[in-house]
Design a binder for this molecule. Structure first.
Ligand SMILES: C[S@@+](CC[C@H](N)C(=O)[O-])C[C@H]1O[C@@H](n2cnc3c(N)ncnc32)[C@H](O)[C@@H]1O
Length: 273
């Protein structure tokens, strides 16, 4: 089936107004537990790279159902702007976060935002969904340009060791070198990169520590297949999902803290020089 981004994202978000519309919606309660690891990684990255938190101006590219918007509101961040392609997502979050400036639009097209920029620009789990390479470059370059001098760009991806890998029609992975080229072009420098997941998401076998990628893939295949098999019985699926996540939890907790890199989702911060 062809991937038409505007239709795909508007339809997906229309189908659920919470985390059942992003991440791995089919995994039910497992997806919600995985989001705790996403938030933990996000908080560690902010702690390491964003001084003056929460007194910062934030721009969020692709806010989806507003998981991180909720976090900003909770933390008392007052200045938040953002853009998302999904008409349904924007309509939903505009009602929930009326104090933020949230608009519908495409990151890969010309954006009009203030020239003095933002202290923190984010794109979590967004850029790899822009599968057209020219548009990806345009989106990343614009995000870089939105960062104020001294500010930070934070994003997530799974990075193949080299080149570009199209995993699914709506997922295209680019290596860290591809990102670094754009950072260099736009005056940013990679400052921080850490694992978000080692076990609790779909790993790649062409990234950092390939042997770990294969190990992680073996256990992930079992975990997600078992949960998906129970799709017709949501309460049972959620019980099993929580049980399996509970088994993985201590290993995941330790691994994301011990390892510098992972063959799974990573979070990076680049600084505007
Ligand atoms: C996987 S969701 C991630 C949402 C949110 N950042 C999170 O981590 O929960 C991807 C989001 O990116 C948005 N998106 C995809 N392509 C986009 C583009 N070209 N411009 C703006 N938003 C885009 C989608 O509409 C969707 O809301």
């Amino acid at each position: 089936m062809a991937y038409i981004p505007l239709e795909f994202w508007s339809e997906l978000v229309r189908s659920g107004s919470d985390l059942s519309a992003v991440g791995h919606p089919a995994l039910g309660a497992y997806n919600r537990i995985a989001y705790h690891f996403r938030l933990e990684a996000f908080r560690r990255a902010i702690g390491a790279s964003v001084p003056h938190w929460p007194n910062v101006r934030i721009f969020e590219g692709g806010f989806g159902v507003g998981f991180y918007l909720q976090y900003y509101a909770h933390e008392g961040v007052r200045s938040v702007a953002g853009i998302d392609l999904s008409v349904a997502a924007v309509a939903m979050v505009q009602g929930r976060f009326q104090e933020f400036r949230l608009v519908q639009g495409d990151l890969s097209e010309q954006l009009a935002f203030p020239e003095d920029g933002f202290d923190l620009v984010t794109a979590t789990d967004v850029l790899y969904h822009i599968v057209d390479d020219r548009r990806w470059h345009q989106a990343l370059a614009q995000l870089c340009d939105l960062v104020a001098p001294g500010g930070a760009l934070l994003l997530t991806d799974k990075f193949p060791r080299e080149g570009i890998r199209q995993a699914f029609p709506h997922v295209r992975r680019r290596s860290l070198s591809e990102y670094k080229c754009v950072f260099e072009e736009r005056g940013l420098k990679l400052e921080y990169i850490r694992p978000v997941f080692v076990l609790m998401d779909d790993p790649i076998t062409c990234g950092a520590m390939r042997w770990l990628g294969y190990l992680s893939l073996a256990q992930w295949t079992v975990v997600q297949k078992v949960i998906r098999m129970l799709w017709h019985w949501p309460w049972l699926r959620d019980v099993v999902a929580v049980f399996l996540a509970g088994l993985q939890f201590p290993f995941e907790w330790a691994l994301v803290r011990l390892l510098d890199r992972t063959p799974n989702l990573e979070i990076l911060v680049a600084r505007k020089i």
